[in-house]
Design a binder for this molecule. Structure first.
Ligand SMILES: NC(=O)c1ccc[n+]([C@@H]2O[C@H](COP(=O)([O-])OP(=O)(O)OC[C@H]3O[C@@H](n4cnc5c(N)ncnc54)[C@H](O)[C@@H]3O)[C@@H](O)[C@H]2O)c1
Length: 338
């Protein structure tokens, strides 16, 4: 029996495929390469010494999905494939709904048709929107701001409705906070096709080029005035999926869990941690808030600890060091390496 990983060539997908292979699972991945190349999984195979199957497939292509499920004995699906840029989603809401909600709908229909009863779904802290109370627990009412966050909330709702109709179906919904870092080998990491929007990649570009990073917002109600987030090493995110698959053996219905460290880190604290960890200097300038940015967001991790046995194992400094190693060793990301 194998695990099907949609979006397997992406940032989180590739690290999770590696963790699955290391945990002894057989992996079948699919990706439409809209934001990745097959090079990431070629390297995963090299790192683990284990082959894995990869299909070029769009998750909205139901006929091809049926074929993949007929060719392979799939026990569970981990569904990463999605568009993920909240800022971009304001300008392209229909693309986001079509890809994220449409893709999840097609996947669920094919799983139902082929009797695959276990799902791990990639959700996001974006479903909470701007919440006052911190840390954020899973019971917090969902109030997503961006079309992106709304597509994730819509998928969660669809998964819950489907699970209520089939007592044999079970799902773990993981709401990631801020994944950062890269595999310690420096061989796999984040290699987006568009300019990165997330803080650490922008911070590394500043350290590399000398063009200052703009710190967006210095008057938030936080100890140093800059926004606080919950940064989690990507290898911890990957391990969370291995634990979620194990939890699916014992649970029915839908289990929703935050994945984070439970510790808030401000922008200035992240810059300081990066400089400590790498010895590199980050030039920065103070700027105005970006519209829509929350002041603070970090996870209540009690449920993930209790239900999945999850606890983040990597420090912020390790995440910074690993991200920098990936950045320096792969200046073009995966480039044309396929
Ligand atoms: N990275 C983060 O900060 C973060 C935070 C919260 C949630 N998430 C969620 O985690 C998941 C993975 O994120 P990531 O950072 O690895 O993104 P990513 O863009 O690196 O990976 C997504 C992968 O899915 C593929 N893909 C997109 N649409 C597809 C489709 N229709 N059919 C097949 N493949 C498709 C892309 O080519 C890419 O390889 C996404 O669902 C994202 O919304 C990510």
């Amino acid at each position: 029996m194998s695990i099907l990983v949609t979006g397997g060539c992406g940032y989180l997908g590739s690290h999770t495929c590696l963790a699955l292979l290391e945990a002894g699972y057989d992996v079948v991945a699919l990706d439409n390469f809209s934001n990745s190349t097959r090079a990431s999984l070629v390297r995963v195979s090299e790192l683990t010494g284990t082959p894995l199957k990869l299909y070029q497939c769009d998750v909205r292509n139901g006929m091809q999905l049926i074929g993949i499920l007929e060719e392979n004995e799939i026990e569970a699906v981990i569904h990463f494939a999605a568009l993920k840029n909240p800022v971009e989603s304001f300008g392209k809401p229909l693309e986001y709904y079509e890809n994220n909600v449409g893709g999840t709908l097609t996947l669920l229909r094919v799983m139902a048709m082929k009797g695959v009863k276990k799902l791990v779904f990639s959700s996001s802290a974006a479903v909470y929107g701007k919440t006052e109370g911190q840390p954020v627990a899973e019971e917090t009412p969902l109030c997503p701001v961006s079309p992106y966050g709304k597509t994730k909330a819509a998928c969660e709702e669809m998964i819950a409705a489907y699970a209520a109709s089939d007592p044999d179906f079970s799902a773990v919904v993981l709401r990631y906070f801020n994944p950062i870092g890269a595999h310690p080998s420096g061989r796999i990491g984040e290699s987006p096709k568009q300019a990165p929007m997330n803080l650490l990649p922008r911070l590394m570009a500043a350290a590399d080029t000398g063009a200052p990073l703009t710190v967006t917002g210095t008057d938030f109600p936080t100890p140093d005035g800059t926004g606080q987030r919950d940064y989690l090493h990507v290898c911890d995110v990957a391990q969370g999926h291995v634990l979620a698959l194990r939890a699916l053996e014992e649970t029915k219905g839908v289990t929703v869990c935050n994945l984070g460290t439970g510790a808030p880190v401000s922008v200035l604290e992240l810059i300081a941690a990066f400089e400590r960890a790498t010895g590199a200097k980050v030039p920065y300038e103070l700027g105005a808030r970006r519209e829509g940015d929350a002041a603070r967001s970090w996870a209540d991790v009690t449920r993930a600890r209790q239900l999945l046995g999850f606890a983040a194992e990597h420090t912020l400094e390790e995440a910074c060091r690993d991200a920098w190693r990936w950045y320096c060793d792969n200046p073009e990301g995966y480039g044309e390496d396929v």
